[in-house]
Design a protein around this ligand. Structure first.
Ligand code: 4AD
Ligand code: MG
Length: 476
């Protein structure tokens, strides 16, 4: 294939050579100027069709959305906005597009409308930028861990356990819905099912990740996870991607240090490698902000925020300190919080956002949560009230990372599992890590889409995953 990507032509700015470009027409002006895009950048390539090169029929078929192949010479451009353009020597229509019917008109469309035509929205500047940044972040994830000697462990999608113990699982079954075999008590007999037992889509790769860490010392997972939580919010998906590193011989502080370094690394990577797309997204967000009332606007622009985050330490506080701050806040005194604030609550997004956006104005790591609101595997602290948990809260997002030091003491782990009704017998494979060469270890999970939201400034999580799955919505 001899095609040249538009980004490389524009970046090189080198004139005098012949290139072949292929892409989709964004606009066609004066029967002469094509704005061509191939997805490599938001900057369209201007293709000049010299008079007489194409017959009338061909010219009519150069419409918004049509795909074309152009061979021509790279020449200096006198038009503003680009230093070079391509003067076509030949042009071929690859696929027609009926301009009247094409849903993407060359004008600004709302994100809501584009969500309805998610199959075409990749062809817009906003989603072009978002998904190139998403790609870069994914690449940087692997690079970060590879540089540090972590093993990428593929954990299963179909599992027989509930890693978070929250019961928010999608069942996997091949049994007929209306005539499934049942047990004497009327419940479904999963012995007759494909795996001979009840199975579900994974909510987290952590437990399997821990098994890997007990051999490789440092592993990470990066895969899709599924939660059947009925949360229709701008931060929840039923199917999302999560990165879960797990490190042997790490305590909570090591864990916090790695998580902070990791987040900063990812941001730095896109600052260095996606400057064009970030500049575009920065501009897009600035426009969006203008439509908000003054009081609700963000103090910082997108690029400013990202640079600030990489240049400053995250705040580190205990859960108890966080609750005290909330209780003493003007927001609490003026009864601005919708949900109750007291020691023991699972902080709501309004509380998390108060801490990061109003109080500290930077990312915050909250540690040592009450044991009653956290998963069974977290290490019990000496105070016998809290566990060695850590959540990282980010401005505009709230919780972006959840992690902990793990309970490595077999007896303590078993008694907590029993207390929380986690099936101990079925999880003997997990407990074996504590029976044979148990070591202190820790890990965390970064919600990939929430990270993409943070970096791109997109307010709705549905706009940072190519195909969103949310309650009542599973198209394609
Ligand atoms: O806090 P969570 O539930 O933690 C775990 O799953 C642990 N097993 C992680 C670990 O220690 N290895 O989820 C981790 C992160 C959250 O902080 C959030 O960023 C993201 O995953 N997340 C979601 N993102 C989108 N939609 C949802 N429904 C999410 N639920 C969690
Ligand atoms: Mg969490």
């Amino acid at each position: 294939n001899n095609r040249t990507k538009i980004k490389s032509i524009l970046d090189a700015g080198e004139t005098g050579r012949e290139v072949t470009v292929m892409g989709w027409v964004r606009t066609f002006r004066n029967n002469q100027f094509i704005a061509l895009n191939d997805g490599s950048t938001n900057n369209n390539l201007q293709v000049v069709v010299p008079l007489g090169l194409a017959d009338d029929d061909t010219l009519k078929r150069i419409t918004t959305g049509a795909s074309v192949k152009v061979t021509g010479e790279v020449v200096p451009s006198i038009g503003k906005g680009q230093s070079v353009e391509v003067k076509a020597n030949s042009i071929e229509i690859l696929g027609d597009s009926d301009a009247e019917k094409y849903p993407l008109q060359p004008k600004k469309h709302s994100l809501e409308f584009l969500r309805e035509i998610a199959h075409l929205r990749f062809r817009t500047n906003t989603f072009g930028a978002v998904f190139r940044v998403r790609h870069s972040l994914a690449f940087a994830v692997h690079q970060f861990f590879n540089e540090r000697g972590f093993v990428y462990l593929h954990t299963p999608i179909i599992t027989a356990s509930d890693a978070e113990g929250a019961g928010e699982m999608f069942k996997v079954t091949t049994l007929p819905l209306n005539s499934a075999p049942t047990l004497e008590d009327g419940s479904i007999d999963f012995k007759e099912d494909f795996f001979g037992k009840s199975t579900n889509l994974t909510v987290s790769g952590q437990l399997e990740g821990e098994l890997g860490a007990m051999a490789f010392s440092d592993i990470y997972t990066f895969g899709p996870t599924f939660r059947a939580e009925n949360s229709n919010t701008t931060r929840h998906l039923a199917e999302f991607w999560m990165i879960e590193p797990e490190m042997a011989f790490y305590d909570l502080e090591d864990n916090m240090n790695l998580a902070e370094e990791f987040i900063k690394y990812l941001i730095n990577y896109v600052l260095q490698n996606n400057a064009d797309d970030l500049a575009f997204l920065d501009q897009r967000l600035a426009e969006e902000e203008k439509s908000k009332p003054q009081a609700e606007r963000n103090e910082m622009g997108l690029l400013e925020k990202l640079r600030f985050v990489v240049d400053n330490n995250f705040e580190r506080i205990t859960y108890t300190e966080a609750i005290d701050i909330l209780l003493q806040s003007p927001a609490y005194k003026k009864k601005k919080f919708k949900y109750e604030v007291k020691w023991g609550i699972d902080m709501q997004s309004e509380h998390e956002r108060y801490l990061v956006e109003k109080h500290f104005k930077k990312p915050v790591i909250v540690i040592n949560y009450p044991e009653g609101i956290k998963a069974f595997y977290m290490r019990q602290n000496e105070d016998s009230k809290t566990v060695a948990a850590m959540d990282i809260l980010a401005p505009g997002i709230g919780e972006i990372v959840g992690g902990s030091q793990r309970e490595e003491r077999l007896d303590k782990l078993i008694s907590r599992m029993e207390k929380m009704h986690v099936p101990v017998a079925e999880m003997s494979w997990y407990l074996d890590t504590r029976r044979f060469g148990s070591v202190p270890h820790a890990g965390f999970g970064l919600g990939f889409e929430r990270m993409v939201q943070f970096v791109t400034g997109m307010t709705n999580i549905r706009d940072v995953i190519p195909f969103a799955r949310t309650p009542q919505n599973c198209e394609f």
